[in-house]
Write a protein that binds this ligand. Structure first.
Ligand code: SF4
Length: 217
């Protein structure tokens, strides 16, 4: 992945090399949208203002930033900085073609890292696992449990019957995988303005905290 230039060859004006971060043996994988300018410059995922907000959230679930970065894995829908949005506001959202070009890396990564918990961050990462008809507001605040036979190959997610839970159930703490969606922490997102969404976020973080404790992550 580090040497990949597929999107550039396909005509997209990506502005960095892939951002890759995480130790072998990580048990949590966080999947974001794509690196931003700061992440591209530092090679460090969630390094800018969005990252500060994300790590405040993760702190309420029990992880300090330094510990999370040292122990866990960061992935994204696409791995190179897509450049600024043509409007000048924020970053360009990677196209469907770029997402498709990068997907095999992510699938291989999930298979290699084999995390117990996947945290998706934002709507684009959510689309990796759920149909477009399921909106962020429908899914933030829920946990999904995939039984062990759904773990490999990662494409099995598309056919797996994930168990959908409104609260963490320790009786499911077996060998399967958990998935918890979070919204994107960007200050530009209007999603956070809705008080119901704030409640959904608090619920999601409580679920993450429960999984972290019970699975010792
Ligand atoms: S975004 Fe993914 S597929 Fe595109 S060049 Fe970067 S690593 Fe390759």
């Amino acid at each position: 992945m580090r040497g990949c230039r597929l999107c550039l060859e396909a005509g997209y004006d990506i502005r960095s090399a892939p951002v890759v971060s995480g130790p072998p043996g990580a048990e949590v994988m966080l999947i974001g949208q794509a690196p931003g300018r700061t992440e591209a410059e530092t090679g460090n995922p969630f390094h800018g203002p969005s990252g500060r907000r994300l790590f405040r959230w993760l702190q309420t679930a029990g992880w300090e930033e330094e510990e999370f970065r040292r122990r866990h894995h960061f992935a994204a829908v696409t791995r190179c900085y897509p450049g600024p949005h043509p409007s000048g506001r924020g970053d360009r959202v990677p196209t469907r073609q770029e997402q498709a070009l990068c997907r095999p890396y992510l699938d291989a990564e999930i298979g290699l890292v084999n995390p117990r918990l996947i945290i998706t961050v934002g709507g684009l990462a959510l689309r990796l696992f759920f149909p477009a008809s399921r909106r962020l507001s429908d899914l933030v605040g829920l946990a999904f449990y995939f039984p062990p036979d759904a773990l490999a190959p990662p494409a099995a997610y598309e056919t797996a019957r994930a168990q959908e839970l409104v609260r963490f159930d320790p009786s499911l703490n077996r060998e399967g995988r958990w998935l918890v969606p979070l919204p994107h922490p960007s200050g530009a997102s209007l999603w956070h303005n809705d008080p119901h969404n704030q409640q959904r976020l608090q619920h999601a973080l409580a679920i993450v905290a429960g999984i972290r404790r019970h699975c010792d992550l």
